[in-house]
Design a protein around this ligand. Structure first.
Ligand code: DC
Length: 227
């Protein structure tokens, strides 16, 4: 029997654990995980490489028609990002790309350019998609909407640990300041700001470890999607 198709939207500030949790949940439910932040990061990387300021709307918009952005999943289920045919999955994680991504994602031309790509993905298969505006703009009819958050200090500590493990450590104070700056940018932009959808379930993982957060997320999804 064919399984029913459904979408899970996961939104929240950076460092809330969206991607790690959504990836684990996708594996458990055998659905596709889509990290939409990665798509904005590809545009950011393109701007960075061409020396285009990320806040320069007209210049970034002029760049878009020259770009081919593709999102594919490998046999291992991992999402990979391509810019004009080049696999940029590693480069888009460079720390300098994060701030650029936050800035380019505030540009209406960029959001419009990427909207259909994200919707098309969700039409073709069951997905768990994470980002900032998935439940509010990209997939307003998603069967399940989760707003995942945690205190800024907890998120900064987690991010610091992640950077350390990647071999690019950074002082805690710096990580926290950058995270607060991105929170502010992402929730104060005029278009598709980060905010909880009215029908989203709020999950605060400040006091939860990974396994507890995952269990809570799975329970929420199974209940809401009627699995
Ligand atoms: O989740 P991330 O840190 O990889 O996202 C990078 C930036 O992209 C983030 O600062 C906000 C933006 N973004 C967005 O505006 N909308 C999304 N759906 C996903 C990410």
């Amino acid at each position: 029997m064919e399984q029913k198709r459904y979408a899970v939207a996961v939104d929240g500030p950076s460092g809330a654990g969206k991607s790690t949790l959504a990836r684990a949940v996708a594996r458990e439910l055998d659905i596709t995980y889509v990290d939409t932040g990665a798509i904005y990061r590809v545009i950011a990387l393109a701007a960075l490489r061409r020396g285009v300021g990320p806040e320069d709307g007209p210049a970034v918009a002029a760049l878009l028609p020259e770009l081919s952005v593709a999102l594919r999943h490998g046999d291992d289920g991992e999402q990979r990002m391509y810019l004009n045919g080049e696999d940029v999955s590693a480069d888009i994680r460079l720390p300098e790309v994060s701030m650029y991504a936050s800035a380019v994602s505030a540009l209406p031309a960029v959001r419009a350019y990427l909207l259909e790509m994200q919707r098309r993905f969700a039409r073709e298969r069951s997905v768990i998609m994470d980002g900032r505006d998935i439940g509010t703009v990209v997939l307003p009819d998603a069967a399940v909407k989760i707003f995942l958050t945690a205190d800024a200090e907890v998120r900064a500590r987690r991010r610091g640990l992640e950077l350390e493990q990647r071999g690019t450590p950074k002082p805690y104070a710096e990580v926290l300041a950058e995270l607060r700056q991105r929170d502010w940018n992402d929730s104060h932009r005029a278009i598709a700001p980060l905010k909880q959808a009215a029908d989203a379930v709020l999950l605060d993982t400040s006091a939860l470890d990974f396994e507890q957060s995952k269990a809570l997320m799975l329970k929420t999804i199974r209940e809401r999607a009627g699995l």
